[in-house]
Design a protein around this ligand. Structure first.
Ligand SMILES: Cc1ncc(COP(=O)(O)O)c(C=O)c1O
Length: 416
């Protein structure tokens, strides 16, 4: 076996921060499913615990100290998130439950207000259902047409097709920055610029990019950008919608009720300012504080170092998996243009069976369509296996994956 190359992050040191990696049954946990949801460092758990134990009270309502402290912690988290993606101001950050809710918010509050029958929306063939289904529902309801940027044989977006797709009827372009299946990093800046040139509003699904690489919304120039806290070391139940302030101000609310109002009378309701207009009810403020701690953690590691680590481990995984006969890798074989996601199949073995066999060796991978059924149809397969990496995966996790794959082949008597 080849020796694994050195990592750019001190993975073994930082793994100590993650309680889940304390060895179980004498075996290390080989967790290769961070694209679905990441593990949590104790700094995130402790930040949330500190709120529950010493600063807990509902936010935005109290004039007493505990409530003021909780409110300050919640708003400090918003500022951290804004700085993390270089948003122009904290009030352009709306806290939601997850990326899915953020995309629905845009579909309901922005698109239903602004799109008419005959208008068109451009998506891509590689979208997660979260950036697919809200638009198909809207399209049916309003007579809006959906068009898709195709993928090339290698799994890149075919941007040559954009000129034909971007007609004057296109009012919105929504696409994944990084594919959760093919791993490919799309040229978000180029797509945004070309969409803007025809006056379309742009939505970037950054669920697989913000956790893994530096992302700057002002440099991208996008109108909206969404992601989930739980994929970036943060807790579940907290997501982010970045929006251009003028668009957010012009949009009606998505959900209504308490907190999102300025005034309620028997015959008149006035909305609160952004971002509160979009945060109806008691927000997930403890989770927001946890997300703020995750942002601190990633910032201390350095997002460039995080990206570099994932580039290295992905390159290593592509190399090692290519050596296993019967393995078919999806997406480009070039780690420069990929995030830390490697999707593959093993000839004659269903991905679910493969995942179960690997689990016997303590290796957690995902199998299925990864919420991207249209893309799987395009690839001509029903299901795939997916290994995805994050800051806590040493390169030796790739070795463990390959060894376990070979063992699975032997158990199934697959010779080649
Ligand atoms: C590219 C992409 N978009 C959206 C989502 C949806 O994220 P969530 O389930 O946290 O809303 C995911 C989750 O896997 C994803 O990978």
């Amino acid at each position: 076996m080849k020796a694994s190359p050195a990592c750019s992050l001190d993975v073994h040191r930082l793994r100590v921060d993650f309680p889940i990696f304390a060895t179980r049954d004498g075996r290390p946990v080989v967790f290769l499913d961070s694209a679905a949801s990441s593990q949590k460092p104790r700094q995130v758990l402790e930040a949330m615990n500190a709120i529950y134990t010493s600063a807990y009270a509902n936010v935005h309502r109290g004039v007493y100290q505990l409530s003021e402290a909780a409110t300050a912690a919640y708003e400090a988290a918003r500022e951290k998130v804004a700085r993390f993606i270089n948003a122009p101001a904290a009030d352009t950050i709306v806290f939601t439950r997850n990326a899915t809710e953020s995309l629905n918010l845009i579909a309901y509050a922005y698109a239903r207000t602004n799109l008419r029958e005959g208008d068109e929306i451009v998506l891509t063939e590689l979208e997660h259902h979260a950036n697919f289904v809200p638009w198909t529902v809207l399209a049916k309801e309003r007579g809006v047409k959906l068009k898709f940027i195709p993928i090339t044989e290698q799994g890149y977006l075919n941007l040559d097709a954009l000129d034909e797709l971007l007609t004057s009827r296109v009012k919105l372009v929504s696409f994944a920055h990084v594919s959760n299946v093919l791993g490919v990093i799309n040229d978000a800046h180029a797509i945004v610029q070309r969409a803007k040139a025809i006056g379309a509003v742009t939505v970037v699904d950054a669920s697989q990019s913000v956790p893994h690489m530096p992302v700057d919304v002002q440099a991208l120039g996008c109108d909206f950008l969404v992601f989930s806290g739980h994929k970036m070391l943060g807790p579940t139940g907290i997501g982010v919608l970045y929006g251009r302030r003028d668009l957010l101000e012009a949009m009606p609310p998505f959900l209504t009720g308490g907190d999102m109002i300025r005034y309620v009378g028997f015959d008149e309701v006035r909305w609160n300012d952004v971002p509160f207009k979009f945060e109806a009810g008691t927000p997930a403020f403890v989770e927001a504080v946890g997300l703020g701690a995750a942002v601190d953690y990633l910032t201390a590691l350095g997002m460039q170092a995080v990206r570099e680590h994932e580039r290295q481990i992905t390159a290593y995984a592509l190399e090692r998996l290519s050596e296993v006969s019967g393995v078919r890798i999806f997406g480009p074989l070039d780690a420069e243009h990929r995030g830390g996601v490697v999707t593959f199949t093993l000839e004659r073995v269903h991905p679910h069976d493969l995942a179960s066999l690997l689990d016997r060796d303590g290796i957690a991978i995902r199998a299925g369509h990864h919420c991207a059924q249209p893309l799987h149809q395009r690839l001509g397969v029903n299901a795939t296996a997916r290994a995805s990496f994050y800051v806590y995966n040493p390169l030796s996790d790739v070795d463990a994956l390959v060894t376990s794959l070979e063992r699975a082949k032997a158990a199934l008597r697959i010779k080649r």
